[in-house]
Design a protein around this ligand. Structure first.
Ligand code: IPD
Ligand code: CA
Length: 273
């Protein structure tokens, strides 16, 4: 693939900013909330942001396909196999509670490969972006993953899927890995927007991330940022991550092996502390 995807990334950033502005304008205003599950909710702003994003991207790139959190999949009509993977509001529970951590996440996948990604935090006006071969940027400045090489000096982030209350297996509901990591890392954060938490690894703001309950739109765009920032992305076994596989470890590369060991300790019963 020789394309640079500069135009696509530029457009993704513009659209993410526009959707972010819409979310910011309505932040703190009462929202109509529907429940998709016991905890999993959707506000009218998830829908409005998604409509705006798809409308703008469709106008710029007619023929492209879409895979969006609320609408689901829509095949493209163009000849090339291009799909935009969209989280119109990552951090919906936060947003509904006026907790100031949320983002807009847009990725482009071409023939199965993630080639561009933009994750935008409107409240801080922070744009994490990357395209294949172009490096990772934060607000237009080139950035790399951190140089931290020990878990005990690492700031990690994670998240919990919406089934945390109903899934009894601590390895699956993440309480097991969380308990182990919090003892061995410098600190662990759970801020409520996976896209932002993963993207931070690519620009060196944090050192590692893991989660086992992710959907493709939570991780796709931020994975491009981590890869282009020199980081490493795998599933919990150390294999290449699968967008549909729910699991992701994203690191600055230097602490990856240690994170894999801590995750495996729950499966093999090895002590890590
Ligand atoms: C959720 C957030 C959360 C993560 C969940 C996601 P949503 O996305 O990214 O941090 O732990 O797994 O589902 O529902 O706010 O778009
Ligand atoms: Ca999400």
């Amino acid at each position: 693939m020789s394309a640079t995807f500069e135009r696509e990334l530029g457009q993704a950033m513009r659209v993410a900013r526009e959707a972010g502005a819409l979310l910011q304008e309505n932040f703190g205003k009462s929202q109509e909330v529907e429940y998709k599950g016991r905890i999993d909710l959707v506000t009218e702003m998830d829908h409005r942001s998604e409509e705006l994003i798809i409308g703008r991207l469709r106008a710029a790139f007619p023929g492209d396909g879409f895979w969006a959190e609320e609408r689901g999949r829509e095949a493209g009509t163009g000849q090339s196999d291009r799909v935009w993977i969209i989280d119109p509001l990552d951090g919906t529970v936060n947003y509904a509670h006026e907790y100031p951590v949320f983002s807009v996440s847009l990725a482009l996948q071409v023939a199965g490969e993630l080639v561009a990604g933009a994750v935008y935090n409107p409240l801080l006006d922070d744009m994490y972006a990357a395209r294949k071969g172009g490096g990772a940027t934060l607000n237009g400045q080139q950035r790399r993953g951190s140089k931290v090489d020990k878990l005990e000096q690492a700031l990690l982030a994670t998240g919990f899927g919406y089934d945390v209350g109903s899934e009894p297996d601590p390895e699956k509901n993440n309480l097991g890995p969380f308990a182990r990591f919090i003892r061995v890392a410098q600190a662990v954060r759970r801020a409520g927007s996976a896209a932002l938490a993963i993207a931070k690894v690519g620009v060196g703001r944090t050192d590692g991330f893991w989660e086992g309950g992710l959907r493709p739109w939570d991780m796709a765009a931020a994975m491009v940022v981590v890869g282009e920032g020199g980081g490493l992305l795998t599933d919990y076994t150390g294999a290449a991550p699968d967008l549909g596989g729910r699991q992701l470890i994203a690191t600055n590369r230097r602490i990856h092996e240690e994170m894999l060991l801590v995750l495996a300790a729950g499966v093999h019963g090895t002590r890590t502390t």
